[in-house]
Structure formats: structure tokens, C-alpha cells
Design a protein around this ligand. Structure first.
Ligand code: FES
Length: 355
């Protein structure tokens, strides 16, 4: 397990930065004044815990022992508990650094790939069922990422920046130039609605990546992947990775959408099942399929498909959960009720910006 005494990488690169962040174990790193604490750390390759970078997952929680930050959000409305708030915890992804800081945070025990900006062009564009866009972008230079990670995309020249997970298997160290995203079209969505209006192949795209840590889990175990809607994108990447690394382990993917007409990505799921038909199980479940339709599969919420019949010992399995905040919270409660330890549950909660 990571330990607060584990020395962070690339420590003490103070350069011209304004503020020094000192960790409880005596190490330190530098960030620019008014920079977000998490981004300042990631920029230097420090293995700072995080997933969402937008204040919803709580993974970057950090105890502030000294110094001043400005919160971007009201921490009372964040995943921090009242007790954590009273003990001085903040969210590093939402904390602008205003002075030298003293902090206590448990850094990760694996290296992170440094996020970096890159430029590419839309080379694949397809509307899938459920108003989902299958977007493929080819970048000028190869880059690498880990399963379940995501990038922040913007059309060149625009300030509208949105984060989406890669659905491809993680590339090797040589990297890849082309990646794919599954993007739900949101009414009035400034990025997604613009993207969906017509074929955007040839448009220049800017991206900063990679971010997130949901799929970085090295334990050989059976795995339960649970996705709502386009939350299936990181699950596809994670599932492919686990089949490569732990081919003898069972893998069940529960995929929830509203109705049969919204079932996109079935071809991608089928390709995963074809890799290991005996150990992979795929359970689509529909929450709003009309009664009396021809659908003979599961109906209900994704939590309704999590039962005793998953063919694995849930207490020993790992779970990878991606979807809306209420969905992820409900799944976490269900898994814990079935005896899965909290440390085995890796979640990525997203909330559409709506803009
Ligand atoms: S709350 Fe900060 S990374 Fe998710």
C-alpha cells in the first residue's frame, strides 16, 4: 500500500515557482501561486492521488496543516465528510495555492504519466444509438496512457474544455497517435452538441492528457466492471487490460442504458467477450424499456444486476465503476453490502456540465 513516508518522485524541483509545498514526511515540491495544488503536483510527475480532477470523487483529499488556499468550490458540498472538514481536509484539485503550504497526503506507490498538451485532428466520427458519438482523434505525436484514464479535449481556439475517457486498450511504451472517445450528446452541450451537429472529420483538436487513476490496479483478481451510459468507455479499456494481464480471471461487465434503442458499444463489448468467451460475461440492463417490448434481458438499474449469481466471490473481486454520481454511490453501497472491501472498489463519477 502507498505510505506517506514513500518519497515522491521529482521532488524539490523548485525552479521559478512561487510557493513551496512541504509534505509531512519532510519532502517538498514547488507550485505556482494561484495554481491548483493537484495540477501543480501532476505537472511535475508527483504521484498525487486523483481521479476526476473536478471535485466529485474525493480521491485527492489532503490535510492542510499550514498555509493558505482558495477553494474553487464549497468544500461543505463536496465528498469531504463533516469530520474531514473539521480536521482541515481540502480537495487538492479544487484548491488554489495562495502561499507556502504544509500538507499531509498519502502519495501513490506507482509512477504517473505526466499529462501534457497535444494537438490532433478528428479522423473518425460516427453517431451511435443513444445519441452517442464515437469520436476518433489522431494526434501529431504518439503518447501513452493507462487503462481507464482520460483526456481533456477542446476544439482549437475554444475555451470550452471537456474530459472524456479513452476506450482503446492502453498502448505500450511506444505509445499511440490515435484514440477513441464515446461522447453523449447533451442538449445545449457546448462541446457535445457542437460535435454532434455534423461530421467533424478534419477539425483540429487540442487535448491535455492523461488524467485519472481508476484502472490502475495491479491485483490479480476476478473483476466486476459496472458502467452507466458512456461510462462504458473506460471500462472497455480496463477490461481489455485485465484480460491481457490476468487471462485466467473472471470478468463481468454490467452495462446500463435506458432502452434497447440506446444500446451502443455492443460491438466493442462483443470483441472483449470474443477474447475469452469462457471467463467474460456481459450483462446489458435497461432502466426504461417499455413493458411488453421484445427485450428479454435484464431490466432495472445496474444495481439490480449485482447479485449473488455473478459467478465470483465478490468479497475478493475488484470493482471498476463508472457513471453518474448517484449511480456510482448506489453501486458502492450495494457492493459493500455484499461484502466487497472499500479498497477493492475503484470508481469514476462524472457529472455532465450541461453546457
Ligand atoms: S475530487 Fe479531486 S480528483 Fe476527484
Amino acid at each position: 500500500m502507498p505510505d506517506a513516508s514513500t518519497p515522491p518522485q521529482r521532488i524539490d524541483q523548485r525552479g521559478k515557482s512561487d510557493c513551496v509545498v512541504s509534505l509531512k514526511n519532510g519532502d517538498s515540491f514547488a507550485v505556482n501561486k494561484n495554481e491548483l495544488l493537484l495540477m501543480g503536483a501532476l505537472r511535475q510527475g508527483i504521484s498525487y492521488p486523483h481521479t476526476c480532477t473536478v471535485g466529485t470523487c474525493g480521491k485527492c483529499k489532503t490535510k492542510l496543516l499550514g498555509g493558505r488556499i482558495s477553494p474553487l468550490v464549497d468544500f461543505a458540498l463536496s465528498p469531504l465528510t463533516n469530520r474531514e472538514l473539521s480536521e482541515g481536509y481540502v480537495l487538492a484539485c479544487q484548491a488554489k495555492v495562495r502561499s507556502n503550504l504544509e500538507i499531509d497526503v498519502r502519495l501513490l506507490d506507482h509512477d504517473l504519466i505526466l499529462p501534457r498538451p497535444m494537438v490532433g485532428e478528428i479522423t473518425g466520427w460516427k453517431i451511435l444509438p443513444g445519441d452517442v458519438i464515437d469520436l476518433r482523434v489522431t494526434f501529431e505525436k504518439p503518447f501513452t496512457f493507462q487503462p481507464g484514464q482520460y483526456g481533456a479535449l477542446a476544439v482549437s481556439g475554444s475555451y470550452v474544455r471537456r474530459s472524456f475517457s479513452f476506450y482503446d486498450p492502453a498502448p505500450g511504451p511506444e505509445g499511440t497517435r490515435e484514440v477513441g472517445f464515446l461522447i453523449k450528446r447533451l442538449p445545449k452541450g457546448r462541446f457535445s452538441d457542437w460535435l454532434a451537429r455534423w461530421d467533424r472529420r478534419g477539425v483540429r483538436i487540442w487535448m491535455e492528457a492523461p488524467f485519472g487513476q481508476m484502472g490502475i490496479e495491479d491485483r490479480a483478481s476476478d473483476a466486476l466492471c459496472i458502467a452507466g451510459g458512456t461510462g462504458i468507455a473506460p471500462v472497455l479499456s480496463i477490461a481489455n487490460d485485465r484480460l491481457t494481464r490476468f487471462p485466467e480471471r473472471k470478468l463481468t461487465i454490467i452495462f446500463g442504458v435506458r432502452s434497447e434503442g440506446d444500446l451502443f458499444a455492443l460491438d466493442k463489448l462483443e470483441a472483449i467477450r470474443a477474447r475469452a468467451p469462457k471467463s467474460v460475461r456481459i450483462i446489458p440492463i435497461l432502466s426504461h424499456e417499455p413493458a411488453g417490448s421484445a427485450w428479454t434481458g435484464h431490466r432495472g438499474l445496474v444495481t439490480d444486476a449485482i447479485g449473488d449469481d455473478l459467478g465470483m466471490d465478490v468479497r475478493r473481486a475488484a470493482a471498476f465503476v463508472c457513471g453518474s454520481l448517484p449511480m456510482v454511490l448506489a453501486v458502492e453501497d450495494r457492493l459493500k453490502a455484499l461484502g466487497m472491501p472499500e479498497a477493492h472498489i475503484h470508481a469514476d463519477k462524472f457529472e455532465p456540465s450541461g453546457l
